[in-house]
Design a protein around this ligand. Structure first.
Ligand code: AMP
Length: 290
């Protein structure tokens, strides 16, 4: 490898599309004494994703971001085909953020041939998004396992925005003794509190204005729950307010144990107020500490 192709010498973003190239690039950084921080994404990147790259940089890791819209985590009636894709824009944002490796594989590179193996995390997938999105967390756990094994990072960074996903991955890594540290990062929000999401661009201006109510109501429930109120009563009141404010459907809005995700009636330890709601064609999820 001469200096012009040595990814550790150039300050640029190495774009790799195959597992072999990813491993070669990671190996070059490791040989230079560097640690690797993996940031798995589905692209259409925003400040939330960028904060994960910054999280890796802050720990001294070489950030490696993957961009793959994983078909196996979408249900048949979900938005796989419509999911926003903007590869060049994503590369520009990653470059500006100081990311050094981007892994953007094809579907065949990710899933070569017939795949007979999947990863299932039981229990904490029984509630919340689990029953509403059958197969979703199996798709997530399987693709994240593959990405971890492809990149073999020191750490991987995930947003608290997808709180159930973060707990599923933490549990998977623990149960399977995977040698990676999983780092959860705080949710990055718009000025009005709406959690940033690639799906926010589905909303029209009217819906976008209504959407801010979700964060407001999560805060109201958290405050009530912390004050000793019944979680069920506080959540029911918030759901009613959201529907009155223009949301079409509240799929769930509940207070759960922060680790097991079991529903709580009273808060006495670490807890999370967590919700999924529909607004037009957009499905919004969000959560905060209670
Ligand atoms: P996605 O591309 O939506 O699959 O998300 C990739 C990663 O970015 C996941 O770990 C998400 O939890 C994280 N993420 C998405 N939105 C945000 C946000 N607003 N703040 C922090 N992390 C986020």
């Amino acid at each position: 490898m001469n200096s012009s192709t040595d990814p550790t010498r150039e300050q640029d973003l190495a774009v790799v599309r195959t597992v072999a190239d990813l491993r070669r690039t990671v190996a070059a950084f490791r040989k230079a004494g560097r640690t690797i921080g993996l940031v798995p994404t589905m692209g259409a990147l925003h400040e939330g994703h960028v904060s994960l790259v910054k999280g890796a940089l802050d720990r001294g890791d070489v950030p490696a971001t993957s961009i793959f819209v994983n078909p196996t985590q979408f249900g048949p009636n979900e938005d796989f085909a419509a999911y926003p894709r903007d590869e060049q824009g994503d590369f520009d944002k990653l470059r500006a953020a100081g990311c050094r490796i981007v892994f953007a594989p094809s579907k065949d590179e990710m899933y070569p041939g017939q795949q007979l193996t999947t990863v299932t995390v039981a229990g904490i997938t029984d509630g919340l998004c689990g029953p509403l999105r059958p197969g979703h967390f199996e798709g997530v756990a399987t693709v994240v396992s593959k990405l971890l094994l492809m990149a073999m990072p020191d750490r991987a960074f995930f947003g608290e925005k997808d709180y159930q996903q973060l707990q599923v991955i933490k549990r998977m890594v623990r149960d399977l003794s995977m040698p990676f540290e999983i780092v959860g990062m705080p949710t990055v929000r718009e000025a009005d509190g709406l959690a940033m999401s690639s799906r926010n661009r589905y909303m029209n201006p009217t819906e976008r204005a209504i959407a801010a109510g979700l964060y407001r109501e999560l805060n109201a429930v958290a405050k009530a729950a912390r004050g000793g109120a019944s979680c069920t009563a506080a959540a029911a009141e918030a759901a009613k307010a959201l529907l009155a404010g223009g949301f079409d459907k509240i799929e769930y809005l509940t207070v759960v144990d922060a680790e097991s995700l079991a529903p709580l009636e009273k808060v006495s330890g670490p807890a999370r107020v967590i919700a999924a709601a529909r607004l037009g064609r957009t499905r919004l999820i969000d959560n905060i500490a209670a």
